[in-house]
Structure formats: structure tokens, C-alpha cells
Design a binder for this molecule. Structure first.
Ligand code: DAT
Ligand code: MG
Length: 134
């Protein structure tokens, strides 16, 4: 396994509900390292670029509204197989399908407001780190 960097974002629902610390604890317990972290608000254009792969879906407007509804905490997380390890730790996109013990399985109730984002490939991780941290 290689040391990788991935882009993680704690979404507005989790920040609002003060789950940031609990989520960071789970990430660090996996042996992963927080390299960068910043609380910020996203503008609509950035959200639209980030979720461009879903632009033709009927729920695209809901994603944009939700992701601009309050501050997020964006991070660069590093470690062995960080991309796939974070995807496993997060659980399935739809919390109904997310296993207990995963972040979404334990904290999320809504497919749109699903607590956390994590890059889905090493290639996208590099693109997303550049997009959000420049
Ligand atoms: P993931 O966030 O697991 O990478 P994705 O990239 O397919 O999943 O979707 C991005 C976000 O869009 C997801 O975290 C929540 C929202 N979303 C996806 N499918 C949805 C659906 N069927 N209804 C509402 N929101 C959805
Ligand atoms: Mg995705």
C-alpha cells in the first residue's frame, strides 16, 4: 500500500450539529493524519463544479442548497491507502445502506445531508485538493 492524500469535507449538517470532533477522532483512530484543515463557507459556483458529475440529476439543486447552507470543514487526510480507507470509513452514500460503525451509518439519516464527503479515486483526490486548497 502507498501513502496517499485524499480530500475530505465535513458537510454543513455535521458542522452545525457539532460532530466535527467525533468525525476527526474516527479518522485519526484509523491511523490517518490530518494534513490540512479549515472551516469555510462554499460559494455556489465551487459546489456546482465539485458536483458537476450530478448536474443532470433532479436533486442537483438540493445538493447546491445544502452545501451552501452553512460552513463546512475541509481537510487533506493522508496515510496508507487513504482514499479507499476513508471511503470504507464513511460508508455508503445513502445512509440507509451505510453499515453500522461507518460515519454515515452512525450519524447520517438523509441521502443528501449525509455528513461527509471523501474523494472516490486517487485521481479525483488530487483534483479536489487543488480545487479546495489551491
Ligand atoms: P458520494 O458522496 O458517496 O461520493 P456521489 O458522488 O454519487 O456520492 O454523490 C454526491 C452527493 O450527492 C452525495 O454525497 C449526496 C448527494 N446525492 C447522491 N445521490 C443522491 C440522491 N439519490 N438523492 C439526493 N442526494 C443525492
Ligand atoms: Mg462522490
Amino acid at each position: 500500500a502507498d501513502i496517499e492524500k485524499t480530500f475530505i469535507m465535513i458537510k454543513p449538517d455535521a458542522v452545525r450539529d457539532r460532530k466535527t470532533g467525533l468525525i476527526i477522532d474516527r479518522i485519526e483512530r484509523c491511523g490517518l493524519t490530518i494534513e490540512k484543515m479549515e472551516k469555510c463557507e462554499l460559494d455556489e459556483d465551487l459546489v456546482k463544479v465539485h458536483y458537476a458529475h450530478l448536474a443532470d440529476k433532479p436533486f442537483f439543486g438540493d445538493i447546491v442548497d445544502f452545501m451552501t447552507s452553512g460552513p463546512v470543514v475541509k481537510m487533506v487526510v493522508s496515510g496508507l491507502s487513504a482514499v479507499s480507507k476513508m471511503r470504507t470509513l464513511m460508508g455508503a452514500t445513502n445512509p440507509l445502506d451505510a453499515a453500522p460503525g461507518t460515519i454515515r451509518g452512525d450519524f447520517a439519516n438523509d441521502v443528501n445531508a449525509n455528513i461527509i464527503h471523501g474523494s472516490d479515486s486517487l485521481e479525483n483526490a488530487a483534483i479536489e485538493i487543488e480545487r479546495f486548497f489551491g
